[in-house]
Design a protein around this ligand. Structure first.
Ligand code: KIV
Length: 482
């Protein structure tokens, strides 16, 4: 049996029997810790046969000083996530400090790991002193992994973390621990921080696999803490090998993200998606903050979509949405009720909403973008479009062909140089005018956007009426009014 499943094999959960087969075949067993769903998924996909939801969780994920602070509910919570993320790996749940002080407590808590959390085995620290607990669990049908050598839950009695088994007495007591754990029925055991030769000697004497961490290459397998393997933690022990430096990568990504947000380049068109209106190039267009979505032709959310959005925003704590969800769910329910014919209550599917359910941009989380504005074009797009219009417009060419010769004086130098100078002057004047116009327009727009949507609407009506007035004047007088 290989550690990595072949594609054609149907995936099934490994058992301690499979781990025993790997050991019998002489396969060195790779084990990793996992504490969360996505990491567990990745490690399972990578074919790691055994995952340990270690109580190292306390230090490397929860920020505790020692593993002594880790509780059963925390371990169960994380074990469930790891189980959900895996299909094949055998999941070993670490029994936290004081959760196995007596055989009865051990059985009850180990039962929770197997029954509620879905683990296939548990791990307990201690050799001779824990043998009775291991025996009880194994008799109850709970596979147990032992853990000897350095046992971090004993930090308060051991005083500090150091290599175990350095003296003859310590080495003998380690061998006694290993044999006691094996005799008690453990299917395997972790050897932590043990000198290499001693770990190899222990491994030689056993008929169950030893899984080493800081115990050299002579063990039957190895276990590493996942955050050490990927370089996520702020400290990496000497016995670990970080295969990637994810901490730096995350820091780099976060810094880049923060500067993109500050520069307004995130979210960009790609991240804004197709839910709002787009320009001709398919780029999302800007919305007016506070704009009320009144027209059916403009996009309104279907109630179910809206409830979904509110739900996800509730997780980030947008006030007032809870109430709104309630209202909308009631309405959705009404719409689903067979025989319900109250038109006022009926919700359209993703089309127009009844007046009282119209949503402002703020309410829909700024994701819908119903109003097209020139200001939403990027500077590059604006320039490119302007350039293409200018160069492709024969009127402009004719205008300048007729216009420029009047200003060319043959005695003042070569005509091409004068054309270039004139062109530069025209471009400079045009740039000043266009920039002023753009800045002024932007200021007016921002001012209008700051006001209520009613104010913005009034502004648009005023502009429209002015044009209609000018048109009327032209028609009445036969002269251009402006
Ligand atoms: O808690 C843990 O991650 C462990 C490993 C060090 C084996 O016990």
């Amino acid at each position: 049996m290989s550690a990595t499943p072949k594609p054609e094999e149907t995936v099934r959960r490994l058992t301690v029997v499979d781990i025993g087969k790997l050991y019998a075949d002489g396969t060195r067993i790779p084990m990793l810790t996992a504490y969360d769903y996505p990491t567990a998924q990745i490690l399972d996909e990578a074919g790691i046969p055994m995952l340990l939801v270690g109580d190292s969780l306390g230090q490397v994920v929860l920020g505790y000083a020692t593993t002594v602070q880790v509780t059963m509910p925390e371990m169960v919570h994380h074990t469930k996530a790891v189980v959900r993320g895996t299909k094949r790996a055998l999941i070993v749940a670490d029994m936290p400090f004081l959760s196995y002080a007596t055989p009865d407590e051990a059985t009850e808590n180990a039962g929770i790991f197997l029954r509620e959390a879905g683990a296939q085995a548990v791990k307990v620290e201690g050799g001779v002193r824990t043998a009775r607990v291991i025996e009880t669990l194994v008799r109850a049908g709970i596979p147990v992994m032992g853990h000897i050598g350095l046992t971090p839950q004993s930090i308060n009695t051991a005083g500090k973390i150091r290599v175990q088994g350095k003296t003859r007495e310590q080495a003998q007591s380690l061998i006694a621990d290993a044999l006691a754990v094996q005799e008690a029925g453990a299917f395997s055991m972790v050897l932590e921080l043990v000198p290499e030769q001693l770990a190899a000697a222990v491994t030689e004497r056993l008929h169950v696999p030893t899984i080493g961490i800081g115990a050299g290459a002579g063990c039957s397998g190895q276990v590493q803490i996942i955050t050490d393997l990927i370089g996520l933690g702020d400290f990496i022990p000497k016995h670990a090998r970080p295969y990637v430096r994810i901490r730096e990568q995350i820091r780099g990504a976060a810094t880049a993200y923060a500067s993109d947000v500050a520069a307004g380049t995130f979210p960009g068109p790609a991240e804004t998606g197709s839910r709002g209106p787009v320009d001709r190039a398919g780029r999302a267009l800007e919305r007016h903050p506070g704009q009320v979505h009144r027209q059916p032709a403009r996009r309104c959310l279907g109630a179910e979509q809206y409830v979904g959005q509110c739900r996800s925003r509730l997780r980030t704590g947008v006030p007032g949405d809870q109430h709104r969800i309630g209202q909308l769910q009631d309405r959705t329910q009404l719409q689903r009720t067979p025989g319900h014919h109250d038109d006022d209550q009926r919700l359209p599917q993703g089309g127009e909403l009844p007046q009282q359910l119209e949503l402002t941009d703020r309410e829909i989380g700024g994701r819908q973008a119903p109003v097209l504005t020139a200001g939403s074009l990027t500077p590059w797009t604006s320039w490119r479009q302007g350039f293409l219009v200018g160069i492709g417009n024969p009127k402009a060419a004719l205008f300048f062909l007729a216009f420029f010769p009047q200003f060319i004086h043959p005695e003042a130098g070569p005509a091409w140089a004068q054309v270039l100078v004139l062109g530069a002057v025209i471009i400079a004047i045009g740039t000043v005018l266009d920039v002023s116009y753009g800045v002024f327009g932007g200021l007016v727009r921002a001012r209008m956007a700051r006001r209520s949507s009613r104010g913005a609407r009034r502004g648009r009506i005023a502009v429209g009426l002015t044009y209609i007035g000018l048109g009327g004047l032209t028609a009445a007088t036969g002269h251009r009014a402006a």
